[in-house]
Structure formats: structure tokens, C-alpha cells
Ligand binder design. Structure first.
Ligand code: NAD
Length: 358
């Protein structure tokens, strides 16, 4: 029996979450999963209803749940609010409040969608890369930070900081994931220039001693960016800091050609996690029944795999997605000439049908 907090958020959030809920309901009916769903507020809608993008109540419910499934937050309506009240602060807030330090961002290219990539098919077809990004420390959180006046002019400052314990725990996360995959970890840093990265590299070496079955390599971030575009299939698991991970994971996502296909997970040390598509709230297409719900449905699959220990059901969702793509059904964002273009709702129904006919 698992209790799941559902946070639809803003924009297309509600539409895509509705499809993921259909999938969960189907698993409940056909596999006696007994997943209980509780709804909560985050982002712009939370600000509208409570005055805060992350109400206390949401954190309280989250702490009583086994997992969280999030749609997306943000939109033009809230862009002029002061920084701390913006929807995105809700997202940063919940990650840090729940200490979700390990961000898993798979970049998987379904062979059926290889033509959607801007790279040549042979370079990307079958790509299956996992980026493990440190999420609650590093330069995004380090102090001192701010803009001040120094020597009579404006001076901006941020600090890239890591305790060795923070590096070690993300290292363990990456190695444990690699053990279940291709058994290779590439740690990305800029140790030739930054001391904080020198420490990063040392600690990764130390952590690797506990995982003799996994091969560790190191790469500078500038080279990693280049290699991702040159030969992305050389990587199995890539582990990196908050800032480098932010940039590299977006680059890897784009190798797959569709932002609407990629799920993500943010985990704490006990594998409690928040699962969400990597895309935003897509205000330009909200309410039009054209958003791709597959990234959110695949986030449910990740939730089953990494937090709820239901690997078989996770595989069933992945293969339902594959079946539907094999039959030529596509939402608009991943469609090409000759495909059967369907809306958000219909795509959700097709996945449920494929799931139930396995
Ligand atoms: P976005 O990801 O929302 O959209 C980028 C482009 O991709 C848009 O053209 C959009 O229509 C398209 N797109 C995104 N998801 C899609 C889907 N499922 N199906 C089909 N097309 C899809 O990024 P943006 O436009 O830069 O940001 C919009 C808002 O979302 C902003 O307020 C931003 O702050 C917020 N945001 C939230 C998150 C999050 O909640 N995790 C992440 C990124 C951006």
C-alpha cells in the first residue's frame, strides 16, 4: 500500500498528470497495487490559492507520502512576482526541504523516434544514458552570494561549495545505479581549474573503492559537452555537480529530439523521491489537448522502479509506450508525416489499453 502525492502544478501540468493518473488507476485495478492518491498544491496555482508557491500543507502531506508525482510549474501570469513568490521557488523549495539531492535524468531515445533527433540516426538510435546530477548544493546554493557595490561598481558573487559528504552521497547514488545498468560511471568536473572539483574528483575515487564491479572514469565538463554531441552512446552513467548537471542534462535531453518524452527522479538517501517530466508547464500549448503526456507516464515508471520496488510494472509501462509508438501513434511534438497524430487524452487512453492487453 503506497500513498502518492499528486502535484499537477500549472499550465499543461493538469492535463499530463491526468493521463499518468489513468495509468496508476489501471495498475491499481489490474495488479492490486493499492496506490492511494492525494492531491496537493505547488507553483503558481498554490500562490493564487494560498499566497505561497509552496504551502506548508504541501510539505506536511509530502512527508507523510511514499512518493510524489509532479506535473510542472510556472507561467507568464506569475513572472512579475518577486523572486521568492515565483512558482519555480516552490520547486526548488520542495527539493531542498525534502533533501532530494540525487537527480536522475535518463536520456533515452526510442528507436521509433530516432528521426526526431537533430543528430544522425546512427549516432543516437538506441541511446540510453543516465545523468545523475547533485541537486541541493553547489553554486546554486553556496554562500556568499548576491550583488553588491565594491570599489564603486556593481559586483556579483556566487560560491561553488561542496562538503565531501555531499559529494560522497551523490557518488554512491551514481555507482548504485550503474550497478543495475552498464557498470560504468563517468564523473564530470573541471578539476584542472576549480579546487571544489579537485575535491569532487578525490571523493569520487574514494567512493569507487566500494564498487569494484563498476568502472570509474573522469572527464572535464567542456569535453563532456563535446562528447555528448559527438558520441553520446559512449556513456552509461554520468555523475556531476548541480550546475554542470543542469546544462549537460538539457543537452542530453535534446539529443533525443523531444522534451515531451523524458522523465526524471529526485531522490533522498532512502530513495524517497519526487518524479516529474523534465519539461516545463508549456503555457503556449496549455489547454489545447496537444501536450505529450509520455514523459509524465514514464515518470510513473521511474517511481515504480526507484521508490516503490516494482520493477516488473515499471517495465510494463515502458513496453506499453513502445507498443503505442510502434503502432504509429504520436502526439504533435513527436510526429512526422504519415504518423497517426493523437491528443493528450487519447495518448493516455492508448497507453492504458496497451498496458491492459499485455
Ligand atoms: P517548457 O518546457 O515549458 O516548453 C519549451 C517548449 O517545449 C515549448 O514550445 C513547449 O510547448 C514544448 N513542450 C514542453 N513540454 C511539452 C510536452 N509535454 N508536449 C509537447 N510540447 C512540449 O519550457 P519554457 O517554455 O522555457 O518554460 C515555460 C514555463 O515552465 C516557465 O514558467 C518555466 O519557468 C517553467 N519551467 C518549469 C519546469 C518544471 O516545472 N520542472 C521546468 C522548466 C521550465
Amino acid at each position: 500500500m503506497s500513498k502518492i502525492l499528486i502535484l499537477p502544478g500549472d499550465g499543461i501540468g493538469t492535463e499530463i498528470i491526468d493521463q499518468a493518473v489513468k495509468v496508476i488507476n489501471s495498475l491499481n485495478s489490474n495488479h492490486e497495487m493499492g496506490m492511494t492518491l492525494v492531491n496537493g498544491l505547488i507553483g503558481g496555482i498554490a500562490y493564487d490559492e494560498t499566497g505561497s508557491p509552496l504551502p506548508e500543507e504541501t510539505i506536511k502531506i509530502a512527508k507523510s507520502c511514499d512518493s510524489i508525482l509532479l506535473g510542472a510549474v510556472g507561467g507568464p501570469k506569475w513572472e512579475s512576482l518577486e523572486r521568492d513568490l515565483r512558482p519555480e521557488r516552490g520547486l526548488l523549495g520542495i527539493r531542498s526541504e525534502l533533501d532530494l539531492f540525487s537527480n536522475l535524468r535518463p536520456a533515452i531515445l526510442y528507436p521509433q523516434l530516432a528521426s526526431a533527433s537533430s543528430l544522425k540516426t546512427e549516432i543516437v538510435s538506441g541511446l540510453d544514458l543516465m545523468i545523475v546530477r547533485e541537486l541541493v548544493s553547489g553554486i546554486y546554493f553556496g554562500k556568499p552570494r548576491g550583488i553588491e557595490i565594491r570599489d564603486g561598481e556593481r559586483f556579483g558573487i556566487n560560491s561553488a561549495t561542496y562538503y565531501e559528504s555531499e559529494i560522497a552521497r551523490i557518488g554512491h547514488s551514481a555507482f548504485q545505479i550503474a550497478q543495475k545498468r552498464g557498470k560504468r560511471v563517468c564523473s564530470v568536473d573541471k578539476a584542472n581549474v576549480l579546487e571544489v572539483c579537485e575535491l569532487w574528483r578525490e571523493v569520487m575515487e574514494e567512493v569507487s573503492l566500494s564498487y569494484p564491479d563498476v568502472a570509474l572514469s573522469h572527464m572535464y565538463v567542456d569535453n563532456a559537452a563535446m562528447q555528448l554531441v559527438r558520441d553520446p552512446k559512449q556513456f552509461d552513467v554520468m555523475v556531476t555537480s548541480n550546475l554542470f548537471g543542469d546544462v549537460l542534462s538539457d543537452c542530453a535531453a535534446m539529443l533525443t529530439g523531444s522534451i515531451g518524452m523524458l522523465p526524471s527522479a529526485s531522490l533522498d538517501k532512502n530513495n524517497f523521491g519526487m518524479y516529474e517530466p523534465i519539461h516545463g508547464s508549456a503555457p503556449d500549448i496549455a489547454g489545447k489537448d496537444i501536450a505529450n503526456p509520455l514523459a509524465t507516464i514514464l515518470s510513473v515508471s521511474m517511481m515504480l522502479r526507484y521508490s516503490l520496488n516494482q520493477v516488473e510494472l515499471a517495465d510494463k509501462i515502458n513496453s506499453a509506450v513502445s507498443t503505442v509508438l510502434d503502432k504509429g501513434y504520436r502526439t504533435k511534438d513527436i510526429s512526422a508525416v504519415g504518423d497517426k497524430v493523437v491528443g493528450t487524452e487519447e495518448m493516455g487512453d492508448l497507453i492504458v489499453m496497451a498496458l491492459e492487453s499485455q
